[in-house]
Ligand binder design. Structure first.
Ligand code: GLV
Ligand code: MN
Ligand code: MN
Length: 419
């Protein structure tokens, strides 16, 4: 049966050609910036729907802006196998983060259709749109919609231009009232598989093209607002100032210190906006974000307490007020053992003598949300120099091809198990 399937080299070439098509769509010329529900996201979603249809899937853009494709299998009503990832990006992001996983799903569907293989289960491919959570204060909202964990209050969240998520959805052509109906019934999805660039250096250091994810780290994010008192930069004496930026800067350093003191933890201030932001004005307020992560839930809780205590102490000492608004909190998410085994079988079946290297994920993924609905697993692809969330993000065509071939073999392994 497998003789008619495309080789890894062919799949790699197809993937890079498809990525060149998909990554034409950006909100910023000369960069890859594709924020959730932006015009470039709309174009990318249309492109993805078209590519799914060419691959033999029936496809549509759903009420949350995800592109969903599906081909029925031999057993009507059987739980599906879903391959997914995301087509939104960070600002000035890389070409592979999310996009490769979507393209991989489409190429797997196309290869199976071309080989005339009818699976015992429906095959679904989903391109989520809100994995990066850059624009709105949400948490994996598009995959959580399928998992039945969408939070209605997200719809009132605003981007930096003051646009609510509800209005952005309407502008994209989506019906926010249709989001609850996206929730999949329990047991309707048998497996969720996601291929993703590693976004780290481990596979490169070990000279392995692919690896199997064991678990995704716990993570928490919050928006923080520090309010002091604006004043004239030339006239307000230092001892009388309530400088919001100086206080916020001290908080950013405190976060760095707290993360460095906890085992395998990381902490980041990625957005920092002083108000009014003028050379000759003492900053009256600062909005910033915090993002902290680690492998263990209890460590995350202890970091959370340390952050609250230190930030409050800094605010008190500097006479500024502080509001911390958490908007995303995920426990550490183990990946399903039987699916990790299926990926290992897929790796073995490529015949390329590869190791089934296991590794945890420091980055967040839609698989975290989908794991709340169904067994979920991830395959990582080697990332040159481990650089991601950057235009320098890179991988070889050969590695992309091997990884997609592994996904194809894994779906066939699941078909054997279901037969
Ligand atoms: C997603 O890329 C994240 O982990 O921030
Ligand atoms: Mn990603
Ligand atoms: Mn990312």
């Amino acid at each position: 049966m497998t003789q008619t399937l495309p080789t890894a080299a062919v799949l790699g070439a197809r993937a890079f050609a498809a990525l060149a098509g998909l990554n034409r769509f950006s909100d910023e010329p000369g960069k890859l910036t594709r924020l959730y529900l932006s015009p470039a996201h709309r174009q990318a979603a249309e492109w993805t729907r078209g590519a799914m249809e060419v691959a033999g899937l029936s496809a549509h853009i759903d009420a949350a802006g995800s592109v969903q494709g599906r081909r029925e299998g031999a057993k009507p009503g059987a739980p599906s196998v879903m391959i997914g990832s995301h087509i939104d990006t960070v600002k000035d992001g890389g070409r592979f983060d999310g996009n490769l996983g979507v393209v991989a799903g489409i190429l797997v569907a196309q290869a199976l259709r071309d080989a005339g293989i009818v699976l015992p289960f429906p095959l679904e491919v989903v391109a989520f749109g809100d994995e990066e959570n850059v624009r709105f204060p949400t948490s994996l909202s598009t995959s959580r919609a399928l998992a039945g964990e969408y939070r209605q209050e997200w719809l009132d969240g605003r981007d930096t231009d003051g646009i609510t998520l509800r209005d952005a959805l309407l502008g994209f052509g989506c019906d926010p009232l249709g989001i609850p109906a996206l929730a999949r019934p329990p047991a309707s999805v048998a497996a969720y598989l996601e291929l993703h660039i590693e976004q780290g250096p481990v596979l490169e250091a070990e000279d392995e093209p692919v690896g199997i994810v064991t678990a995704i780290n716990a993570q928490k994010r919050a928006r923080v607002r520090v309010t002091g008192e604006a004043g004239h930069a030339g006239t307000v004496p230092m001892r009388l100032r309530r400088d919001a930026l100086a206080a916020a800067a001290e908080m950013a350093l405190a976060l760095e210190e707290i993360a460095s003191a906890h085992d395998q933890a990381v902490g980041t201030v990625g957005v920092f906006r002083p108000d009014p932001g003028a050379t000759n004005v003492v900053p009256g307020a600062v909005d910033f974000t915090i993002d902290f992560r680690c492998p263990r839930n209890d460590t995350l809780a202890s970091m959370d307490r340390a952050i609250a205590t230190r930030f409050a102490e800094i605010a008190e000492r500097r006479g500024v007020s502080l509001a911390i608004s958490p908007y995303s909190h995920d426990d550490a998410t183990p990946m399903a053992e039987p699916l990790q085994e299926a990926l290992a079988a897929g790796i073995a079946r490529t015949g390329a003598n590869l190791k089934a290297r296991r590794l945890p994920s420091g980055a967040g993924h839609d698989a975290m949300a989908m794991a709340r609905l169904c067994p979920a697993a991830m395959l990582f692809v080697r990332n040159e120099k481990g650089i991601s969330h950057s235009p320098l993000e890179a991988m070889t065509e050969a590695d992309a091809g091997i990884a997609i071939r592994v996904m194809l073999e894994t779906v066939l392994e699941l078909a054997r198990r279901a037969a």
